[in-house]
Design a protein around this ligand. Structure first.
Ligand SMILES: Nc1nc2c(ncn2[C@@H]2O[C@H](COP(=O)(O)OP(=O)(O)OP(=O)(O)O)[C@@H](O)[C@H]2O)c(=O)[nH]1
Ligand SMILES: [Mg+2]
Length: 147
């Protein structure tokens, strides 16, 4: 999965949670490949100049996630942004639901951008992380194997 979203929307935090890593804040400066996830810097959606890099990098993934904070009243995703990525599954992930319970704005932005399914993440939302991991085909078998 490749994560796309504005600076501070929570892509790196999400990648760390999915990969079961410690949550460490670090500004993403370049495109990073970490296990099953490609993490991109927010600047890549904020500047059209970088769109080409996003489409080229997207060749390596099956799923593209548009990441939108529930707090943001604006979006950087143009309508039908999904059409830039032909043949890919496009999902939407709303972050910071713990800070803004009403996700309707974020949901509209993501649907308008072409996201086919929406996930709703707060900081402690393990259930949504599990749902997303199942979607990615990276279940928690290793964790459950002792139980
Ligand atoms: N409360 C809350 N804070 C979050 C959530 N997701 C991320 N954050 C915080 O938001 C800040 C930015 O998160 P990052 O994951 O670094 O954001 P990013 O999208 O990777 O940003 P860039 O690397 O700059 O593009 C950090 O301080 C995170 O702790 C969330 O769901 N809830
Ligand atoms: Mg980051």
């Amino acid at each position: 999965m490749m994560l796309i979203g504005r600076t501070g929307s929570g892509k790196t935090t999400l990648a760390q949670r999915i990969n079961g890593l410690d949550i460490n804040y670090k500004k993403t400066q370049m495109i990073l490949f970490e296990e099953n996830i490609i993490d991109t810097p927010g600047e890549y959606i904020e500047n059209k100049f970088y769109y080409k890099a996003l489409t080229v990098t997207a060749n390596d993934v099956d799923i593209i996630a548009f990441v939108q904070s529930a707090l943001d009243e604006e979006t950087f995703f143009p309508p039908k942004f999904s059409t830039m990525f032909t043949g890919k599954i496009i999902i939407g992930i709303i972050t910071k639901k713990d800070l803004q319970f009403d996700c309707s704005n974020a949901e509209n932005f993501l649907k308008c951008a072409g996201a086919e399914e929406i996930y709703y993440m707060g900081l402690d939302d393990e259930i949504e992380i599990i749902r997303l991991k199942e979607r990615l085909g990276i279940g928690d078998e290793s964790k459950n194997s002792n139980s």
